[in-house]
Design a protein around this ligand. Structure first.
Ligand SMILES: [Zn+2]
Ligand SMILES: [Zn+2]
Ligand SMILES: [Zn+2]
Length: 146
């Protein structure tokens, strides 16, 4: 089985940020974690994910300047567990379980304890697409259905 194949047909695989590898290790024996294509926790998604903060927004608690996470439930921007864990604390206190990484635009579900496939899970697309455009200035290359 090809892992990390560079063929264009495998673009569904989430690019996992290096710093997040550590985060995946505790849940995974395989060492390779594919993003989930299903999540039961989408009820908490914000109804408006077209208007979101820009990817260079600081953590709203500690002002950490970059590579923060966007809460997809209330659109608060908070830092990662490698900084001051404000997004993790936000989940623990508010039960807001869906977050988008501004560093690699992956979506993490705290309840699934897994990354989610933003192409397969349609409700996640608006936030992903908007964040992508804000970050790169063009729409994302959604995989074609061929
Ligand atoms: Zn913070
Ligand atoms: Zn929130
Ligand atoms: Zn979930």
């Amino acid at each position: 089985m090809a892992k990390n194949a560079s063929s264009s047909s495998s673009s569904s695989m989430q690019k996992i940020n290096r710093e997040d590898d550590e985060l995946l290790l505790d849940g995974s024996e395989s060492g390779w974690v594919e993003a989930r294509t299903h999540c039961d926790h989408l009820d908490s998604l914000s109804p408006d994910l077209i208007h979101i903060p820009t990817p260079n927004t600081s953590c709203s608690r500690c002002e950490h300047p970059k590579e923060n996470w966007l809460c997809l439930c209330c659109k608060e921007v908070l830092c990662s567990r490698f900084v001051n864990k404000h997004m993790l604390q936000h989940y623990q206190h508010q039960q807001h379980n869906l977050a988008l990484s501004f560093s690699d635009l992956s979506v993490w579900c705290f309840s699934c304890d897994a990354y989610l496939d933003v192409q397969a899970i349609v409700p996640l697309r608006p936030a992903y697409e908007t964040a992508y455009i804000l970050k790169f200035g063009q729409p994302p290359p959604f995989r074609s259905v061929d």
